[in-house]
Design a protein around this ligand. Structure first.
Ligand code: MG
Length: 203
């Protein structure tokens, strides 16, 4: 399986990192070794001094497809969850300055914690979802899927023009503003519409 991540999908987040707001979705990938499941701890990597959290809604692809038309895109995912796109911001900033790829900052082991998935039909409208992150009990990020520049269906259509999607693939759909650094002993709890779906510690 593969993990596809959308960058700069929320205007306020693009602005907070001084990035241009994109005209098309921006995507990159993480390998399956980045996955962190079952609320296992995230081990802070020793190659970075500035690991940031980015809280994102995650789609789980449940059928194979390529060149998916937008009107059919909703058939390619049934479950959604919440995940953290951990980013070694110091390494990413260096790469961006040089115009180099981001993998060193995004693809490392454990850089993609994911929580429990729930059926999207549990929610009246997935394009109108609130999600949030608490660290040590304090609200750090709050997002609303209505603020996405590119909808879930549009993301699937766009990405599948370039990359075939397969059952079990995950798509991280971008972070709202409020990203920031994490540190050892932090306690992460992430929610969709008030339901806690992810809960882990940094070690
Ligand atoms: Mg991200």
């Amino acid at each position: 399986m593969k993990i596809i991540c959308i960058g700069r999908n929320y205007r306020e987040h693009a602005k907070e990192l001084n990035n241009a707001v994109p005209e098309k979705p921006v995507f990159f990938m993480k390998p399956d070794t980045a996955l962190l499941k079952d609320n296992k701890p995230f081990y802070y990597p020793d190659f970075s001094k500035e690991v940031h959290y980015e809280t994102e809604i995650v789609l789980k692809i449940h059928r194979n497809g390529k060149h998916i038309e937008e009107k059919f895109a909703h058939k390619y995912y049934e479950e959604i969850g919440i995940g953290i796109d951990f980013t070694a911001r110091d390494l990413q900033t260096e790469q961006k300055k040089k115009g180099l790829p981001w993998e060193i900052a995004k693809a490392f082991d454990g850089a993609a914690p994911i929580g429990r998935f729930v059926n999207k039909n549990n929610f009246p409208d997935i394009n109108d979802l609130n999600f949030s992150l608490k660290i040590n009990g304090e609200l750090r990020q709050q997002g609303h899927t209505a603020d996405m520049m590119f909808s879930f269906d549009h993301i699937i259509t766009y990405v599948s023009q370039f990359v075939s999607l397969k059952t079990g693939d995950l798509i991280f759909t971008g972070t709202p503003s409020g990203v920031g650094p994490t540190k050892i002993n932090d306690h992460f709890e992430a929610f969709i519409e008030g339901e806690k779906l992810l809960d882990f510690y940094v070690k």
